[in-house]
Design a protein around this ligand. Structure first.
Ligand code: HEM
Length: 312
């Protein structure tokens, strides 16, 4: 990847410009892992980024601008759910990296006291609901088979950006202090993951479980390459600013999609397919507040001294 290959222009505020056409895709470039150390010091550039600031504010106005034409109804409708599946996962990878950075900086106990970690976990929950919003039929006929063709045992546990945050978010992981907002967000996140799994795969077995017994001869890092390439994600040392700008492009595209189509578009059967685990007040509140969550993510990122993170 050369610097010119990274698509990091801030999004155009007044129209869809992601992926070059409505519901288009873009490759994402991220460092192999989130930098763990902060570099302090006087030579850090602390100039506020005004363009980033206006891009952040315009997230609140998506869909409400006078005369703005939203993206059209997708044709075929698979296109929108494919866009959501790939772009929602890419956004999740960035959120995991941001979370890992914040935890490495502050430690889990102190990080729990900071809103940013809770917002990033909330963002991950929003992305689970967003990527999982496809009708079961499209998941079973298009999305799942495409992962199984990449590898029959394809699994979220191959996601390299998840490894550093597994202690916080994994199935038995409850390292956030009890009674903290972070802990509540982690618990809700676990419930939403199970709810999405029950909605899309009612018989419950993941591809990895279905393919059990096929011993994989590869190292974990090789599986991570299979996983990354499926989600159009490349790895190269990039400045933190490029991470933030790629994130802003995705937050805008997702916000624009939601403003035009809603989380459960009227032309799709997804809303009725939600199992009881996704019909709780807590989950519904998380669904309704996705646009605000996108804005909060951008706000936390803008507050973070991103200039102070070492590039790896
Ligand atoms: C909607 C997007 C999804 C995301 C972002 C996601 C993410 C993840 C991640 C990060 C893990 C690793 C957990 C760990 O190692 O502790 C995982 C594991 C797992 N996920 Fe998901 N998941 C998604 C959808 C699903 C669906 C639709 C199912 C339905 C079967 C599912 C079933 C599982 C299972 C059973 C595991 C345990 C490991 C395995 O069998 O692969 N997930 N998921």
């Amino acid at each position: 990847v050369t610097a010119g290959d990274i698509i990091e222009a801030l999004p155009v505020p007044s129209r869809w410009d992601f992926g070059g056409h409505p519901y288009g895709l873009e490759p994402l470039t991220l460092s192999a892992s989130a930098p763990e150390s902060a570099v302090g010091g006087e030579d850090c550039d602390t100039t506020p980024d005004e363009d980033l600031e206006s891009s952040r504010k315009s997230l609140l106005a998506l869909g409400s601008a006078d005369g703005e034409a939203g993206p059209p109804i997708p044709d075929p409708i698979e296109r929108i759910f494919w866009f959501r599946w790939i772009t929602g996962h890419q956004t999740t990878f960035i959120l995991w990296q941001l979370l890992a950075r914040a935890m490495a900086r502050d430690g889990v106990a102190r990080a729990a006291g900071h809103d940013s970690c809770s917002v990033f976990v909330r963002g991950y929950s929003a992305m689970l609901l967003y990527t999982g919003s496809c009708p079961r039929g499209i998941y079973q006929q298009v999305i799942r088979p495409s992962m199984a063709l990449q590898h029959p045992g394809f699994s979220g546990s191959w996601a390299r950006d998840f490894w550093p945050v597994r202690g916080l978010l994994g199935p038995r992981a409850m390292s956030a202090p009890a009674d903290s907002r972070l802990r509540r967000e982690c618990e809700l996140n676990g419930l939403i993951h199970s709810g999405i799994a029950a909605k899309l795969v009612p018989d419950g077995a993941s591809l990895l479980q279905t393919a059990a017994g096929q011993k994989l001869p590869w190292r974990r890092s090789t599986l991570a390459v299979l996983y990354d390439t499926y989600f159009l994600t490349l790895r190269a040392p990039i400045p933190y600013q490029a991470v933030v700008r790629q994130l802003m492009r995705r937050l805008h595209a997702i916000g624009r999609d939601l403003a035009a189509n809603g989380l459960y578009p009227l032309y799709a059967s997804s809303a009725e397919e939600r199992p009881p685990g996704l019909r709780t007040a807590q989950v519904e509140q998380c669904e309704c507040s996705i646009p605000e969550t996108l804005f909060e993510i951008a706000t936390k990122v803008a507050e973070t001294g991103w200039h102070a993170w070492e590039v790896q």
